[in-house]
Design a binder for this molecule. Sequence first.
Ligand SMILES: [Zn+2]
Length: 281
Amino acid sequence: MKRRIFDAHIHVGEWGCRRYAERMIRPLNVEHRDYRDCGKYVEKSGIEYGLVVPTHLEDEERNFAYNALVRDCVEKIPALYGGYWVSPLPECGDLTKRAIESIRHPKIRAFKMSPGEWKTYSLDPDTWDAEFTGNLEYILDASEQKGFAIQIHTGSGNSDPCKLDSFMNAYGKRGRYHLVHMGEATGGILKFVPRFIEWIEAGYDVYTDQVMAPSFGIRWIARELGRIDGGLERLLFGTDSPWSDLESEYWKVETLNVSDEVKGKILLKNACRVYGVPGPK
Ligand SMILES: [Zn+2]
């Protein structure tokens, strides 16, 4: 790749094989089982920095076990920073508290949560009870105290951008949010983009990335963000590796109709600022 890159969306932890829609599947040719695999990715891709979070599994409690793999990555791979899995689900309250209290390493810079695993709860606060609300506010307080961004999965179902809109109305001012995937597929993107612009205009500290989005989505959001002062500083670059790859995601940015300076921001500088990583030398 011809530009310097901060990949702000990498996963660690095996996904493996499972029964899905009545068939056994093993979708990944390459897995990031541990820091060694992530190190190989960093070396092969030539990225300058990366932010790694646990792989999403259906079982929230197992997602927490992968926080140890994130810690290994930040300790052993100089280019990697990390985000810890947290969850406001009532059965995950203790796991979340323990995960947050265990954070010692200065290269842990984020929390990650995925509403896909929230069962009857969604991003819409109308679906929450007192315990869930308390856990969510505990996560927000910790992120504020530590100066962390919170990565939130966006897509369909519980992660639908209309539900995220309800969350933002209630909690938009409470945190710095990296809303990964910008809605993910066509239907989600059609809902996400106009709302993302509104959240910025409302003064929220929100960011998104292009990974898994069809290319019309990133061209559209870049056009809309270009009309707002500092709008193109809200786009980060990610690969969701090993779920997508550097080459195809990079060219979505490289072929945008924006200046070289803006490409440099999207691919590197914006994420350095959001995750508090020393800027480009
Ligand atoms: Zn992801």
